[in-house]
Design a protein around this ligand. Structure first.
Ligand code: 13P
Length: 245
C-alpha cells in the first residue's frame, strides 16, 4: 500500500504564501513512492489548486457536519468536492479540544465527506494523562469506535497522540506500531477484509529524520504532519525518506 504523506498546515499560510510554497515545491518535487496531499486552510485551497505540481493532491482540515443551509461560517463537503479536494481531516485533536467536537460529530462529518465522494482522515489519539495511566489503547479504540459509527470503509485513520503534537516528543516507532496494530484489529472487526486496505497514519512531531522508521512499521501507512509541512525542504526530505518504504 502506498504511504500517504498528509501535510496539515493548520492555520498557517495566506493564499499568497501558499502560491509561493507551491512554486518552490514545483521546482524540486519528484513524485516518489508516497502519495502527497496538502491539507490547506479553506481560503488557500483555490490558490493551491492552480499551482501544485502534478502528483500532489488537495485536502482540507475540517468540514461542516451539515449538508447545506443556514450555518453561517461553515463549509460543506459538497463545496470542498467542487474545489477538487480529495481528503478531509475530521476530528483533529485541536478541534476536539478547542471546539468541543464529539465523536458523534466527527462521525457525522466523515459520513458527509464520503457521501460527496471524498475520503475522510479520521483522527484519534490519547492525551498525556491517559498514556501515563497506560490506558492509551482502550481510550483510542473507544474514540475510534464512536468516530466511525456509520462510516464506510473508504476511510483513512490517523493516530495522533495529543502529547506528541507540536511538542517535539515523537512516539517511538514501536509505540506508534502498538496503536496502529490495535487500530487495524478494530478495523477488521468493523469492516472485515476491507480493513487491510485502510491506511493508518501516525502524527505527532514527524520530521524528515524520523518518518522512515515510523512508516516502516507494518501497520503504519503514512504520516499526518504539522510543523514540518510548512517548509518545502522538510517536505522534500520526508518525500525522499519514504522512497524506499
Ligand atoms: P506536528 O507535526 O506539528 O507535531 O503536528 C501534528 C499534527 O497535529 C498533524 O495533524
Amino acid at each position: 500500500m502506498k504511504n500517504l504523506l498528509a501535510l496539515n498546515w493548520k492555520m498557517n499560510k495566506t493564499p499568497s504564501e501558499a502560491r509561493s510554497w507551491a512554486a518552490e515545491l514545483s521546482e524540486r518535487f519528484e513524485a516518489g513512492n508516497a502519495e502527497l496531499v496538502v491539507m490547506a486552510p479553506f481560503v488557500t485551497i483555490s490558490a493551491l489548486a492552480a499551482n501544485l505540481p502534478a502528483g500532489v493532491g488537495l485536502g482540507a482540515q475540517d468540514v461542516s457536519a451539515h449538508e447545506s443551509g443556514a450555518y453561517t461560517g461553515e463549509t460543506s463537503a459538497a463545496m470542498l468536492a467542487d474545489l477538487g479536494v480529495g481528503y478531509v481531516v475530521v476530528g483533529h485533536s485541536e478541534r476536539r479540544e478547542y471546539h468541543g467536537e464529539t465523536d458523534a460529530e466527527v462521525a457525522a462529518k466523515a459520513k458527509l465527506v464520503q457521501a460527496n465522494g471524498l475520503v475522510p482522515i479520521v483522527c484519534v489519539g490519547e492525551k498525556l494523562d491517559v498514556r501515563e495511566k497506560g490506558q492509551q489503547v482502550a481510550s483510542t479504540l473507544a474514540q475510534l469506535s464512536g468516530s466511525l459509527e456509520g462510516v464506510g470503509a473508504d476511510v483513512v485513520v490517523a493516530y495522533e497522540p495529543v502529547w506528541a503534537i507540536g511538542t517535539g516528543k515523537t512516539a517511538t516507532a514501536v509505540a506508534a506500531e502498538e496503536l496502529a496494530a490495535a487500530i487495524r484489529s478494530a478495523l477488521e472487526t468493523r469492516y472485515g477484509k476491507k480493513a487491510s486496505d485502510i491506511r493508518i497514519l501516525y502524527g505527532g512531531s514527524v520530521k524528515p529524520d524520523n518518518i522512515a522508521s515510523i512508516c516502516a512499521k507494518p501497520n503504519v501507512n503514512g504520516a499526518l504532519v504539522g510543523g514540518a509541512s510548512l517548509k518545502v525542504p522538510d517536505v522534500l526530505g520526508m518525500n525522499e525518506a519514504l522512497k524506499d518504504i
